[in-house]
Design a protein around this ligand. Structure first.
Ligand code: SF4
Length: 341
């Protein structure tokens, strides 16, 4: 399949994207690309900010060259900022964007993207994909949900059977892993003198934004009042109590929300206990991970309302929902309303 420039802009993991980046770098030169007023630099900063504020990056279609170059430049900026939390936020937002776009592609295109982008061994049979088990294992390694464990998958002659949606998700996960791997590669970064100020400014904003959320969390920490829970969290708690097999994003939201308002990982085990794939040791490990007690030591916060909407996890049923952009802000505001009586 021949990919278009728009494909390269939407899917930075395909070969055409690297090829275009190389050509543009050769034609324009790095000094022009990174010059203070350059559109590429502006879009790169915007892309990072979209990740921070919306947890999903958009596709700037007005100038595809700018969009294609903005990803490697954003990576350059992120590497110079050196904030692991920010890198993970960016990688996750990029994954979300790719996943949402893949959902609207046809079968043939999905197959072509996977082969071109990741060299996967894949076969398509009507409405089903089959991926060789070693490619599957590598791509699904960071997915917590037991739905993705190889033992829970149908294996046919060494190939794992996947629905169209799961195939898209796997590709988005593989892209996220690639972004993180690239970001962690040791290399000396030469940031031209004239954009150091821009990097510092961006860094200042980022550092100002991330702790701001933590301050709110600290502020509401210890005040546990289910009456102030946002509708999305109440619905997830209800589903968990019914023993429904919640998807990864739902579990992540529930865990990070409750940990953010002061619950300890151990205290949350009962909530997840009724789920069909419950495993106490694994569940505690993942809860301690999102609480920042182990692993990268990053304390995760719940996704924003915009992200929850894209995952169909938003279920607003009162006015307050229309005034907030984050479930924790909802909780904080509702607590205050309850206290005022
Ligand atoms: S608007 Fe936000 S707080 Fe309200 S239900 Fe949706 S995700 Fe939850």
């Amino acid at each position: 399949m021949v990919f278009s420039k728009l494909d390269a802009a939407i899917y930075p993991f395909i070969n055409l994207a690297s090829q275009i980046v190389k050509e543009l770098e050769e034609n324009l030169g790095i000094n022009v690309i990174l010059s203070p007023g350059s559109e590429v630099l502006k879009r790169s900063i915007e892309r990072i900010k979209e990740a921070i504020y919306s947890r999903v990056t958009s596709v700037y279609r007005a100038d595809l060259d700018v969009e294609i170059l903005s990803h490697p430049v954003a990576m350059l900026l992120l590497k110079s900022i050196k904030d692991t939390r920010l890198l993970h936020i960016y990688a996750e937002a990029e994954k979300n964007r790719v996943f949402l776009n893949l959902l609207s592609e046809d079968y043939e295109k999905l197959l072509a993207l996977a082969i071109d982008g990741f060299n996967w061994h894949v076969i398509r049979e009507n409405y089903t994909f089959f991926i060789r088990f070693d490619d599957y294992l590598k791509a699904s390694i960071n997915i917590i949900d037991s739905h993705w464990k190889l033992v829970n998958r149908k294996l046919v002659n060494g190939y794992v059977e996947l629905s169209r949606r799961d195939f898209s998700r796997l590709m988005a996960e593989a892209y996220k892993t690639r972004v993180l791997e690239k970001a962690s590669q040791e290399e000396v970064i030469q940031i031209p003198e004239h954009i150091k100020g821009i990097v510092e400014e961006l860094n200042k904003e980022v550092q100002g934004v991330l702790p701001k959320v933590d301050v709110r969390i600290t502020h509401i920490s210890g005040e546990f009042n289910p009456l102030a829970f946002p509708p999305c969290i109440l619905r997830l708690l209800e589903d968990a109590d019914k023993g429904k097999n919640l998807p990864h994003m739902a579990r992540f939201t529930l865990a990070t929300f409750l940990i953010s308002i002061g619950k300890r990982p151990e205290e949350l085990l009962d909530i997840f206990r009724k789920m069909p794939d419950y495993d106490e040791r694994k569940t505690l490990y993942h809860l301690r991970h999102v609480a920042g007690e182990i692993g990268s030591r990053t304390k995760y916060i719940p996704p924003s309302c915009a992200t929850l909407r894209t995952f169909n996890l938003c279920s607003p049923d009162d006015d307050l929902c229309s005034k907030v952009k984050h479930p924790l802000i909802y909780y904080s505001k509702k607590l205050r309303t309850i206290k005022r009586g």
